[in-house]
Each structure stands twice: as C-alpha cells, then as structure tokens.
Design a protein around this ligand. Structure first.
Ligand SMILES: [Zn+2]
Length: 241
C-alpha cells in the first residue's frame, strides 16, 4: 500500500502518528510523510534559515523509518483554502496515489491543522478528475482518510487504535529529532538533550498521549484515529496495522 501522512507542521506526524507510520514501514508498505508548511514559526533566526532547519529535522525523522519526505513549503501560519493551495494538494495526491491518508482532524487547535484537514478531504475527491494543467494519473480508487489525534486529544473521540509499543523507541527518536522545537538557542544538536526527557513539553505530550491511548487498548502505548465518514471513503477491510 501507499501510505500518505499529511501534517501541517514538521513535527505533527511524528507526535500524532509516528508509531503507526513506523509500523507500516516495518511491514513493507511505502510511506510518504508530507509536511505542508515551512515551519518558520517560533523563530530562532531568519525565516528561511528556520525553515531549512525544520526541514532537515523532518528529513531525519523520515529517514529513520525509510519514508519519503514531501515538503510543500507554504508559510507557517499562512495556510488557507484557495485554488493554488488546492492544486498543490491535488498534485501531491496524483504523485503519491495513496491507498490510505492519515492527516489532522478537522477541529484541532491550530488553523494550519484545520485547513490541512479541510484541504485533504477536498482534494482527494478532486484528484478523481484533476484539473488538466496538473500532471499525473487521476486517483480513481476509494481512498480512506484517517484523522490522527488532535493536540491533547481535545474534541477527539477515537474510533480506532494502533498498538505502537514495539516501535515506541523509534517514535520517540522521530519526535526528539525536532531539536529546534524544544532546545534553546540558534544551534541545536542531540548532545544538548538532557535527562529527564519529561522536562521537554514535546516529549511529555507524546508520552502522556501514548500512554493514555494505550489504556484503551490494554497496551503500553497506542495511537488513536477516527475516520472521515463520507461516500467513497470506506473499504471492507482493516487498513491500520
Ligand atoms: Zn502543528
């Protein structure tokens, strides 16, 4: 299967579904991780420099599980639903031809997350009959869309879970690759990380959500999903690992 994860910011997929993507990859599925915005928020330097740094961090996470990174490069905080942006998303659908998409739920805390969700559900439908100026074969199959957890699980009622206990160390490495999100100063590397990791909000958020969703599955760590319930979005078999 072609698995396409689409996150608004460079660390979103790692935090919310990194373990599931790792499990897909381990199972031999092709995984593409798309980062929609350029990650220039929370500046520690000039926007282009911050964006390049965040891209390299996302690349390191993708490399860790053998995934392909796609970087749409839309300015962080500036994502809107307009025709040029829709075309970027449709082109992504044509290029990847996904069998399953994992993205943000439509009611999350950040406008970029909500627009990403809305753009995904709009454009996977349009990829059936794409605008003629875009290159590639139309995506003429049923492509289910799974929504990964919102931040802190707020306004999110899970319908499905994936046990990520066996890939937890990989998931934490993916999350902690995003040094610029939690280490001070303009220059970051792994040698600056200090124990206990719980002092870093990004780690604590990931751990607590993993353990919380793990309770529902009677396992140590899990990730939670719900499904976009719409015509053409169901297949009669389980897709998640
Ligand atoms: Zn985000």
């Amino acid at each position: 299967m072609n698995i396409l994860g689409i996150g608004a910011h460079p660390d979103d997929l790692d935090v919310c579904c990194g373990g599931t993507l790792a499990r897909f990859s381990e199972a031999g599925e092709k995984v593409t991780m798309c980062v929609v915005t350029d990650g220039r928020a929370h500046p520690v330097g000039d926007p282009a420099g911050v964006s390049a740094l965040r891209r390299s961090e996302a690349q390191a996470s993708a490399d860790l599980i053998g995934a392909e990174l796609r970087w749409l490069g839309i300015p962080d905080g500036g994502l809107v639903d307009d025709i040029p942006t829709r075309h970027k998303f449709i082109q992504l659908m044509l290029d990847v031809s996904p069998d399953l998409i994992i993205t943000h739920a439509p009611d999350d805390y950040h406008s970029d997350h909500n627009y990403t969700s809305r753009l995904v559900t709009a454009t996977i439908q349009m990829a059936w009959a794409p605008p003629p100026e875009l290159a590639g074969e139309p995506v003429r199959k049923r492509v289910p869309v799974a929504f990964m957890t919102t931040a802190n699980g707020i306004h999110f009622s899970p319908q499905d879970y994936v046990d990520v206990t066996d890939v937890w160390d990989t998931k934490i490495k993916m999350v902690m690759n995003h040094h610029s999100q939690y280490l001070p100063g303009p220059d970051h590397d792994a040698s600056m990380i200090q124990e206990p990791l719980d002092q870093y909000y990004l780690y604590r958020l990931t751990r607590v959500m993993g353990e919380f969703y793990g309770l529902a599955l009677w396992t140590r760590y899990a990730e939670a999903f719900c499904w976009w319930q719409a015509a053409d979005r169901f297949v009669p078999r389980r897709l998640l690992p």
